[in-house]
Design a protein around this ligand. Sequence first.
Ligand SMILES: [Zn+2]
Length: 630
Amino acid sequence: MQKISDSGGLLVGLEIHQQLACSTKLFCACPPVKSETLPYNFERRLRPAQSETGGVDPAAVFEFSKGKSNRYFWSPESSCLVEADEEPPHPLSEEGLDSALLVAKTLGSNIVDEVHVMRKIVIDGSNTGGFQRTAVVGLGGSINVSGNRVGVQSVTVEEDAARILGEDSASRHFALDRLGVALVEVALDPVKGDPELVGRVALYLGRVLRSTGRVARGLGTIRQDLNVSLSGGKVVEVKGVQKLNLLPRVVEYERARQSALVQVAAELKERGVKEVTCRSTDVTRAASESGSKVLRTKAKEGGKVIAVSARGLKGLLGWEPSPGVRLGKEVAEVARANSLGGIIHSDEFEGQGITPREEANLRRLAGGREDDAIVLLAGSKEQVDACAPRIVERLREAVGGVPAETRAATDTGETRYMRPRPGSQRMYPETDIPNIGVTGEKAERLSKAVPENWEARVSKLARAYSLSDDMALKLYDLELDAEFEALSRELRLEPSVVASVLVDVPPRLAREGVPQGALEIGVLADALRAVAKGKVAKEAVPDLLKAVGEGRGSVDEAIRSLGLTMADEARIREIVLMVINRLGGIIREKGYAAFAPLMGEAMKELRGRADGAAVARILREELARTPRNS
Ligand SMILES: [Zn+2]
């Protein structure tokens, strides 16, 4: 088997879902808060409905076939009858709509004349009604990421889904607090190639969204989906990348995975296999004598074992064209998504205790030829019967290379099979909600509210205050740029001192265990004011904040309790002379090179009660007077 090294033609479309900062949910008056306790619950069973075009969504059928019910846990503080689908939705929240429209305007999209709320079929149980409400607000537009123009396909306002809590064999458990929370979804045109670029595009778009001031901050408020394909191949949807730094890894993994599957298809072509015909046979009786303990146990405990023969696939299930990617692993993921523990296939029979003799027997029973693969499924009768057609489908798809499917991103940057890709018949109009016209007046107001481009803002900040670009960007990302400007103007301190206290000091102290309350902007501003007034030296700020964190009161109270009042000239000179006296040996040895250690010692003695520049001046004066041997 020949490996193809060039996988080329990678295309990645990004879809960002960002929570909007709104006071209510999108279709009711409940606040978007996370509930710690969810005292009530109810159960629902969803079934796939026909769409208006008459088709039934394959993804919907897939979820339904698992046969699970859904149990929803809720609290009146975060949910009402709308989330329970017991009461019609309220009109689309104007706050949510305006925020999404502003995002669209900021991206240069064309705003729609009229907003139509649609229902998108979702049958994994994460919506009580079996659909998600969504409305396109803008089309087109672009962002420019270090010279790469990336087009915007659409900007959509939509409701978030319920939060999954877990599942048991009979039902899935969801929390309703997140259901209905306003999100904006931005879908970008596919980006060519480079996984790193995908990461940078996502980072850039995140900053554009935050520049509007209308999006929620913090963990879990942004979620990225990817549409990944190799040139000419089917599109794989990867859901739920929560950490930005995982994006390039996920893209890299998909590239390797998809190129491996293309290579399997090429090998099948080489073998002259145009269609992977499969045959499923009940081999439970033979399995009760199997050398594999798993098979023996399942067969003896009243379960069922099926052998699927797959034309021409022998040797290709265990083949690893890319590191960690094997067709056998892909098929096993499909089995797991269908509630089966996994599969055993003929490329790994030996490791499972299945002898060549047993293999020959299974091959004969399954009607498989010598070059066919044999895949064994074992479990309860219901599980195996439900799973077998899925496995057959997946094996048949091997000739086509990459199947269109929905996958989930893992914490390690890999992807795992979830379900078939939803079909196109998954949208229909939401008739409970009237269409909303976007008036000329509203459009005009939005145009005026479009924020300055974030890159321009950062470079202006750096120039105006002689900061490094990196420091200016940190201030911007922490959303402290406005406070920084205000403090710099108010206090007449070096802007680099203000920036460093806002940006560098808090994370360092947080690592040392100083509580967040002592590192908030108000406390930092008070500490800077104390420096500006000459009450303490800038070097004392960390000690000051630690004292506030220890509960020693306000910044001013902490200054008093630490005895951090500034030392006067005479006191500084006294300390400097004491240090020179104590470390006289170093001066005799090193001469003027002793300045640095002496300075460090003097600052330590003064513990932030003197400005470094004053100490240095006095130390220099005194050193000049000190007799030296050299
Ligand atoms: Zn509600």
